[in-house]
Write a protein that binds this ligand. Structure first.
Ligand code: NI
Length: 163
């Protein structure tokens, strides 16, 4: 297991649509382990594989105090409601913004053993699920910012809520 370096804008891999994982083999298991290590080292709540340079549909989420969620080939099934939230991203250091996210979401994915799982998330988990699935489609939270003044600079320490 190792901590990998996080790609930041304007790295073009962040804008690619990631590919589905066909087989969850040893290399994917290693990737998942490295993503968890990298997310924790960066004090992030989530990380998508393209952020470490791997264009595959894999993401990890760790809401403080809860178990790590591994998402392979995640799909958004349902979104409900709308709320304004503050958001940051490990690939856009030094910034934060205000975006509209869902109140709750339902996601289907495979876990690290290939088992199909369904997750219903609210609050920060819903936000992280939307943020990570966006990453797999080459979308960043700044794309969802409606007015320029809704994006602002923050001190380096504050961006540690990113995904
Ligand atoms: Ni992010």
């Amino acid at each position: 297991m190792s901590v990998r370096s996080i790609r930041v804008l304007p790295d073009p891999i962040l804008r690619q649509k990631a590919k589905r994982v066909a087989n969850i083999d040893n290399s994917v298991q290693r990737l998942i382990d490295d993503m968890v290590d990298t997310m924790r080292a960066a004090s992030g709540v989530g990380l998508a594989a393209p952020q470490i340079g791997i264009p595959l549909r894999v993401a990890v989420i760790e809401i403080p105090g809860e178990d790590v969620i591994v998402l392979v080939n995640p799909e958004m099934l349902k979104r409900h409601g709308e709320r304004l939230v503050q958001e940051g991203c490990l690939s856009i250091p030094g910034y934060q913004g205000e975006v509209k996210r869902s109140v709750s979401v339902k996601v289907r994915a495979q876990d690290r053993n290939g088992k199909v799982i369904r997750i219903r998330g609210e609050g920060l988990l819903a936000q992280a699920l939307e943020h990570e699935i966006d990453h797999l489609n080459g979308i960043l939270y700044i794309d969802r910012i409606e007015q320029p003044e809704k994006l602002w600079k923050v001190a380096a320490k504050v961006e540690e809520e990113g995904c």
